[in-house]
Design a protein around this ligand. Structure first.
Ligand SMILES: Cc1cc2nc3c(=O)[nH]c(=O)nc-3n(C[C@H](O)[C@H](O)[C@H](O)COP(=O)(O)O)c2cc1C
Length: 208
């Protein structure tokens, strides 16, 4: 009887863990977008968004553009110093917070509920975006938190952020890069250590 209960409990735990990771649709490489030049021409910060949720396909394409895996050897759309791939990309929505896995093309839930307010912080408009992407630099991937590691992480984060800005421009989505956020509350929610630093965020939505 005890054994049976143990097996049932393990199965339930398995289901619970499984339920927290969702597969994203395959990124659409045939997506119709603006040309590179037109996307640069249109790129601008936008601070109001439609409340409409992002479609799964748009979210998948956005995350892939930001730092998806674009080569079989595991390299990403965003270059990183020494290919340390130290930027974590968190997705805050009305439902939950999840972490993007570029290799598996999945989202794994790390917190339940709507926590966009701690990213919006003093700027209420950011809470209206259906998706808020938060970039966290994991300095542990450099094996050091010295000045050089901090500089590389900041540069790498800027590249991921600009991929987001540029994709949004090309795909007709709205965004703005933001340093404003309640980093302490975010660190606490995500269980980050002192070397895992929220550096920038991008609210993303359709035009209002
Ligand atoms: C590193 C960085 C941090 C920024 N932080 C904020 C911010 O916290 N809030 C905000 O509304 N805009 C923020 N911005 C957006 C800038 O205000 C905006 O890019 C600038 O005014 C130029 O406008 P444009 O993006 O439309 O060209 C930030 C931009 C960068 C590059």
């Amino acid at each position: 009887m005890k054994k049976l209960l143990l097996v049932a409990a393990m199965m339930l735990m398995g289901v619970a863990c499984f339920a927290q990771t969702t597969n994203l649709p395959k990124p659409n490489m045939q997506r119709q977008t603006l040309s590179v030049m037109a996307a640069y021409q249109q790129r601008k910060s936008v601070r109001e968004y439609s409340a409409k949720a992002l479609s799964d396909q748009d979210l998948s394409d956005l995350l892939w553009a930001a730092q998806g895996q674009n080569r079989e050897d595991g390299h990403l759309t965003a270059p990183t110093a020494m290919n340390r791939q130290e930027i974590r990309l968190y997705v805050f929505t009305a439902k939950n917070v999840s972490l993007y896995d570029p290799k598996a093309n999945t989202l794994t839930q790390v917190a339940d509920g709507d926590h966009r307010d701690i990213v919006a912080s003093g700027q209420a408009f950011a809470k209206d975006a259906p998706v808020v992407l938060v970039m966290v630099a994991d300095l542990d991937k450099f094996g050091s938190n010295n000045q050089q590691a901090q500089a590389m992480a900041a540069v790498d984060t800027g590249i991921v952020c600009e991929n987001i800005n540029f994709f949004c421009s090309a795909a007709g989505l709205c965004t703005v890069p933001r340093a404003t956020m309640d980093s302490k509350a975010i660190s606490s929610l995500l269980g980050l250590n002192q070397n895992q630093i929220p550096l920038i965020n991008n609210p993303v939505g359709y035009p209002k």
